[in-house]
Design a protein around this ligand. Structure first.
Ligand code: UGA
Length: 434
């Protein structure tokens, strides 16, 4: 099948690459020429496991190519649109998607299925359909919704091993084509066909539900600290009930990234636009915001006795294994620490994670080349992500480098037994023993 993917970001590029690996002829399109130049040279700034290998393999197999022009769009059986839908004061901002629609409308040639993979509110596919009809009344097409459920850093895995595929389609002709396109998955997972608006809602509701689960366990985590319980045992005990499920019950510094913060706000504002207060979603957003303030307050309490306190902050992106610092709780907490006149020296094992943090924080903090340099003369070490490397730190060595032996582990990632053996006081969120 001939597939064109418009928007080659964290989601679009893995989709282009994997669908070419499945045997389709795929053209990836992005208006950013620099990105296209890099991709044509087998390069990308997106760090996803297996992405690069599949990129090289499929370009060489002539199933995958890249362009910044829309001219070949007319050849596509399926056009997948995966551009960003940021949140703005007025709600979900559809300007990027609308621009793409304006750009492609007149290139459509022959019957085309237009897949909206960008996260969009219920009713958007219908609006896009009307817009294309207006722009090109002769065009033969259907607009469908296939939301994506990929985790950043795990995108290739999540495409090949999906939990489910949700397809919002209301035309039999489009459904037949999509059944063929998704046939490699039919024995692997449930392919659920529904209406377009329900599919659009599945995405917002799923992300908001997961965000709510995280805020809930963070609240329980605070309660555990006050009441002598261990949140990890509590989460495990809860998760044994299959109605609850064990996943997304890890307490932490709050959810971040480009998805949960944006989609919870998007859903709440959609609720308001139809006259409904989504109190659970709104509380989730509020709880996640105050989470970062609570933790910054705790950090400043731990170092309250020191004159010019210095904090070593390890782990900067919004989660381990990625370099994306958008809406990263670590960055938000660091900003609050700086406001409290606390010096921060930061480190992340992914060099581009440091680069991305620098784009936000500039020279307001210092950066270290490794964890040991970061902790030099620190009064407190904070762990902001669940990076595997942090499990294997040499606590005897760190003991010789710090000014004060205090740790605040926001992800329960370190070997606290070893740290305690070396004289450290360990505060681990959701537990009360130090
Ligand atoms: C999320 C969803 O998991 C994907 O299904 C969805 O497709 C994607 O958003 C999207 O809408 O594009 P992602 O943002 O990559 O994926 O990150 P997650 O791994 O879900 O983590 C989100 C945030 O929640 C991170 O800050 C993470 O540290 C935090 N988290 C996650 C917790 O604090 N506790 C948990 O138990 C799980």
């Amino acid at each position: 099948m001939n597939m064109h993917v418009i928007g080659l970001g964290y989601v679009g590029l893995p989709i282009a690459v994997t669908f070419s690996e499945l045997g389709n002829v795929v053209v990836g399109i992005d208006k950013n020429k620099e990105k296209i130049d890099l991709l044509q040279k087998y390069e990308t700034r997106i760090t996803e496991a297996k992405l690069k290998d599949l990129l090289i393999k499929n370009i060489n197999a002539k199933r995958l190519s890249f362009s910044s022009s829309l001219e070949s769009i007319g050849k596509a059986d399926v056009i997948t649109i995966v551009v960003d839908t940021p949140i703005s004061l007025g709600g979900v901002d559809l300007s990027y998607i609308n621009t793409v629609v304006h750009d492609i409308a007149n290139y459509l040639d022959g019957y085309t299925v237009i897949v909206i993979k960008s996260t969009v509110l219920p009713g958007t596919c219908k609006k896009i359909e009307n817009l294309i009809k207006q722009l090109n009344p002769k065009a033969s097409f259907d607009v469908v919704s296939i939301p994506e459920f990929l985790r950043e850093g795990m995108a290739i895995h999540d495409i090949f091993e999906p939990n489910r595929i949700v397809i919002g389609v209301e035309s039999q002709r489009a459904k037949n084509i999509l059944e063929k396109l998704y046939s490699p998955f039919k024995n692997k997972t449930k392919i659920f066909f529904t209406s377009r608006s329900s599919a659009e809602m599945v995405k917002y509701a799923s992300n908001s539900f997961l965000a709510m689960k995280i805020s809930f366990i963070n609240e329980i985590s605070n309660l555990c600290e006050k009441s002598g319980c261990n949140v990890y045992d509590v989460a495990y005990g809860m998760g044994l009930d299959t109605r609850i499920g064990e996943k997304f019950l890890n307490p932490g510094p709050g959810y971040g990234g480009n998805c949960f913060p944006k989609d919870t706000l998007g859903l709440a504002s959609f609720g308001k636009s139809v006259g409904l207060r989504l109190t659970l979603v709104e509380s989730t957003i509020m709880a996640n915001e105050s989470r970062k303030k609570e933790l910054a307050d705790k950090i400043s309490y731990f170092v309250r006795e020191y004159k010019t306190p210095k904090v070593a902050f390890l782990g900067l992106p919004f989660k381990a294994g990625v370099d994306d610092c958008r809406k990263s709780p670590s960055i938000d907490i660091i900003i609050k620490l700086l406001d409290k006149n606390i010096d921060v020296c930061a480190y992340d094992p992914i060099p581009t994670g440091i680069d991305n943090s620098r784009k936000i924080l500039g020279s307001r903090i210092t950066y270290a080349v490794d964890a040991y340099n970061a902790v030099k003369n620190a009064d407190l070490i904070v762990f902001g992500t669940e990076c595997e490397n942090f499990k294997f730190l040499d606590w005897a060595k760190i003991g010789t480098l710090v000014r004060n032996k205090i740790i605040f582990d926001l992800r329960n990632i370190i070997n606290s037994q070893e740290a305690r053996k070396n004289g450290f006081v360990c505060h681990i969120i959701g537990t009360s023993n130090t």
